[in-house]
Design a protein around this ligand. Structure first.
Ligand code: GCU
Length: 138
């Protein structure tokens, strides 16, 4: 199975900023979403064929309070109020992994804050699609 990485700084952000003022991120930065319910980061993900994929979301949450968020795929919530617990500080990143069904071609994967604490800081989304070589991705 091939993994394709989608950096948060390349995603669509509603109510938030790309920043780089903490350490340990991949790429050129991360998304600091506004501390507001409904603020979101959305990735456009292309896979060559329909099927189950593993989604690995890398995040940091420097406070002790869980930053819960809805994870949706193509407008359907696949993980409601998913917990993104504290990682100790804003320089320490963790991953949260789930599986979801993706369509062949383009898919929209969105992480939308469910409380006014907002999302955790978001680093990237790795998409592991079953049995697809990386060269098949668009
Ligand atoms: C701090 C931190 C940010 C983070 C924010 C938050 O300001 O530096 O990176 O996004 O807290 O609470 O969301």
């Amino acid at each position: 199975a091939a993994t394709n990485r989608y950096e948060a700084e390349s995603a669509t952000v509603s109510q938030g900023l790309v920043e780089a003022n903490h350490t340990g991120f991949s790429g050129t930065g991360f998304v600091n979403g506004d501390n507001l319910a409904g603020s979101y980061t959305e990735w456009a993900v292309n896979v060559p064929s329909a099927g189950s994929a593993t989604l690995v979301l890398r995040y940091a949450n420097g406070v002790a309070v869980n930053r819960s968020a809805d994870v949706s795929v193509n407008g359907t919530v696949v993980s409601a109020g998913r917990a993104f617990n504290g990682t100790g500080n804003w320089d320490t990143w963790a991953t949260s992994t789930l599986t979801a069904s993706l369509n062949a071609g383009s898919n929209r994967i969105r992480i939308s804050a469910t409380t006014d604490n907002g999302n955790p800081n978001l680093d990237y989304l790795d998409v592991v699609a079953a049995d697809a070589p990386a060269s098949d991705y668009q």
